[in-house]
Design a protein around this ligand. Structure first.
Ligand SMILES: [Zn+2]
Length: 182
């Protein structure tokens, strides 16, 4: 997934809200940001000239570490988090990985022809990182590293594309109808 992580986290907040749980604005923003935090490793991927999905920074164990860091940082800057918010921050981080792996499952279900293979090494470090040659990238700038794959991604993976569009549209509709972020 490219652009649907933030909208997906937003939909998650709103879905939980249907059960009467409410979040403050700082809590909501923390959950939303948690949905995109895993992709901050694009910088590391660029430095290593390697696909960032195949770094330890896109694994569940690392999400748990990030989760603890986010909770710690919120404590430091005085953002109070309810237990439900803490759970949702972790869900948001893990959901990011699930969305990144969706293309592989679409492929396995026969919904799209192409596949880059599994994107997430769920059992890392028990399961080793595959050493894919095609993950070694030659790129000249961080902008190219981040943007170059996007047109090909949308062209080659139609199930991913339509899922992204669906999630983004749903989030816009929910936002407009509820008229607030929290
Ligand atoms: Zn990602």
């Amino acid at each position: 997934m490219c652009f649907a992580h933030l909208p997906a986290s937003y939909l998650m907040v709103k879905l939980v809200g249907l059960f009467g749980v409410s979040f403050s604005l700082p809590e909501t923003l923390t959950i939303l940001i948690s949905g995109i935090v895993p992709d901050f490793d694009l910088i590391l991927g660029f430095i290593m000239r390697h696909g960032h999905h195949r770094l330890f920074t896109h694994t569940p164990i690392w999400m748990v570490i990030i989760w603890l860091i986010i909770i710690g940082l919120c404590g430091l800057i005085g953002v109070e988090l309810s237990p439900m918010t803490m759970i949702l921050i972790l869900c948001s981080l893990m959901f990011h990985l699930a969305l990144d792996d969706l293309g592989w499952w679409f492929h396995r279900l026969g919904l799209q022809r192409n596949s880059c293979g599994p994107q997430i090494i769920w059992l890392y470090p028990v399961q080793k990182m595959p050493n894919d040659e095609n993950q070694n990238l030659k790129t000249t700038s961080i902008i190219n590293y981040c943007l170059e794959p996007i047109p090909g991604y949308f062209k080659k993976y139609p199930a991913n594309r339509w899922t992204e569009i669906f999630i983004i549209l749903m989030a816009i509709i929910v936002f407009v109808m509820s008229n607030n972020l929290c």
